[in-house]
Ligand binder design. Structure first.
Ligand code: NAP
Length: 315
């Protein structure tokens, strides 16, 4: 495994991290049994993965992780969880007491005394100021009591493809880590978020590296057709059929591998979260990130095709 310094936290974390939300949500959305999900977590640790991202809102992911990690020494893994500051149905901001409740529930379910990183979850740009006003001091109160070591924030990539919220958060400099949506079809974070994170020594986790769009060929073809029809991509830029197959050659054996290599290849990235509970996928994804990088010419071509796209791609 390759380990990278997690920005100013000073922690050394694996370039491949395990994500327990997203389309898989540790197999809870894909029909994977809990026993198999636990095997995946244990295999991840065997492969040298030491960063695991979860959230209070990822169904039972925290509880499953708690059972998977019960016998694992606490210093063998870095756990990042999250607090949802607004009601997912109404959008209304939660009361300040919700942070304490959520944090303690996360600790209980995970079976740990402290989190390594406590993150504000998926904060929309329009709510950022209110979330800071209501919850920042409260988070620091629990940090001082040792309930978590470092404070982080994740963006709401779906509604914030230009990373407005993270740009603000980095300027304010309240956070030790950020989680950003970044993939080869939506590399816009390279212009705005990544240089600033590097400058401020903030650790960066990547979400949306593959998602459905880069793992399901029909969805990819449909997305490319839409980009063409909206004039964001030239009609002849890539073929309609199997539009990114030119990335698969030599040591790059699949589009998901190319996609994980692409994001892991940026020097500002600390760790790329792979959101899978499929053992074979986990192994190939780790191999992709550890193996040779994406060829420079392919990286250049990706940026010339998609580098100007400033929106969220990848559901
Ligand atoms: N706002 C937020 O805070 C936020 C939002 C989204 C995600 N996250 C975090 O970021 C993590 C990573 O994001 P993500 O879940 O979007 O992860 P991802 O790794 O980009 O995408 C996961 C999807 O790709 C598929 N996949 C992975 N490897 C594959 C392979 N080798 N071949 C074919 N398909 C493959 C998975 O299917 P299989 O299950 O079949 O492997 C799953 O559907 C999440 O788990 C979560 O922890 C945070």
């Amino acid at each position: 495994m390759e380990y990278r310094r997690f920005g100013r936290t000073g922690l050394q974390v694996s370039v491949a991290g395990l994500g327990t939300g997203g389309p898989s949500t540790l197999g809870q959305n894909t029909g994977v049994s809990e026993a198999e999900a636990i095997r995946v977590v244990q295999r991840a640790l065997d492969l040298g993965i030491n960063l695991i991202d979860t959230a209070a809102d990822y169904k039972d992911s925290e509880a499953i992780l708690g059972r998977a990690l019960r016998a694992v020494p606490r210093d063998r893994y870095v756990i990042a969880s999250k607090f949802m500051a607004n009601d997912q149905h109404t959008g209304a901001l939660m009361p300040v007491e919700a942070l304490e409740k959520s944090l303690h529930r996360s600790l209980d379910r995970l079976g740990v005394d402290y989190l390594d990183v406590f993150q504000f979850h998926g904060i929309q740009a329009s709510l950022y100021d209110q979330v800071m006003d209501r919850f920042l001091a409260e988070a620091h109160r629990w940090q001082k009591q040792g309930k978590f070591r470092f404070l982080g924030i994740s963006e709401n990539f779906r509604t914030d493809g230009t990373h407005r919220m993270l740009r603000q958060a980095l300027t304010d400099d309240h956070f030790d880590t950020v989680m950003v949506g970044y993939n080869l079809l939506a590399p816009g974070a390279e212009h705005v978020v990544l240089p600033e994170a590097q400058r401020r020594d903030v650790g960066v986790m990547v979400m949306f590296a593959v998602r459905r769009v880069l793992s399901q060929p029909a969805y990819l073809a449909q997305t490319i057709r839409e980009l063409k029809s909206r004039g964001l991509l030239g009609q002849e830029a890539v073929p309609d059929d199997r539009p990114l197959d030119w990335l698969v050659h030599d040591h790059v054996d699949s589009i998901p591998s190319a996609a994980y290599k692409f994001v892991a290849g940026h020097p500002a990235i600390t760790s790329v979260l792979s959101g899978t509970a499929n053992l074979a996928h986990l192994e190939t994804n780790v191999q992709a990130m550890l193996g040779l990088s994406l060829p420079a010419a392919d990286r250049t071509r990706i940026l010339s095709l998609f580098g100007r796209i400033e929106e969220s791609i990848g559901n």
